[in-house]
Design a protein around this ligand. Sequence first.
Ligand code: HH2
Length: 263
Amino acid sequence: MLARPYPAVMGVLNLTPDSFSDGGQFTSPERALAQARRMIDEGADILDLGAESTRPYGSKPVSAEDEVQRLEAILPDVVSLGVPVSIDTMKATVAAWAFANGAKIANDVWGLQRDPDMAQVIAEYGVPVVIMHNRDKADPAIDIVQDMIAFFTRSLDIAAKAHIPAEHIVLDPGIGFGKTPEQSMTALARLGEFSRFGLPLLVGASRKRFIASVIPSEPHQRLGGSIAAHILAAQNGARIIRAHDVAETVQALRVAAAIEDKR
Ligand code: HH2
């Protein structure tokens, strides 16, 4: 057995026309299912389905009805592939629909703090939840890690009041959400500070804008930067990595873990 097991990989599948890096690529059920199969073949442990882009600039808000409509054509078929499916939504009604149709994990980019019914729905279905840090607007003047600790404390309070068990909670720094590129990198560098919560961490740095702040690049040109961030996140304790490029991510994580094993 490896001294430190490599993290699980969550493959991203956006059923949206406007996601920042893969918008419009997987809106047809055939292409979405083919991508889901491909990510499973490449080693994805979880598939994260999203039907509303959450990008900070330029995404269009989608009604719950439209979000469900986008998912209806695809989610049940993806569930039938046998890999756990997480639902990337901030709306409780969409999450409830997804759980009733086989999704097994909640992924809330507002950490239970946007939709007041979200925690209750998650508790009723007894599913694990990814609580991601977010802010309406980046503020370069704040200590982002302190802000995240306060945010997670609020989210965990909401979760406790809804009787979501601690074993069902994963924390996520929300790379690129309500943060300057510098703050996203600070969150990654200081990931170890979240170990105080004693909960598993998920990191999703895939193709994000902070990479372009170091070296100018379009989203599809950011694989190297994504892998660098994910390897460091794994070394700093991340247990789940959310990525678009599953094969490359799995390979990088496994090689890094195999090398660490020789220390
Ligand atoms: N990032 C995105 C969306 N959902 N969920 C979690 N838990 N963590 C993340 O870092 C995260 C997330 C943004 O990436 P993507 O899904 O590719 O883009 P979009 O929101 O534009 O669909």
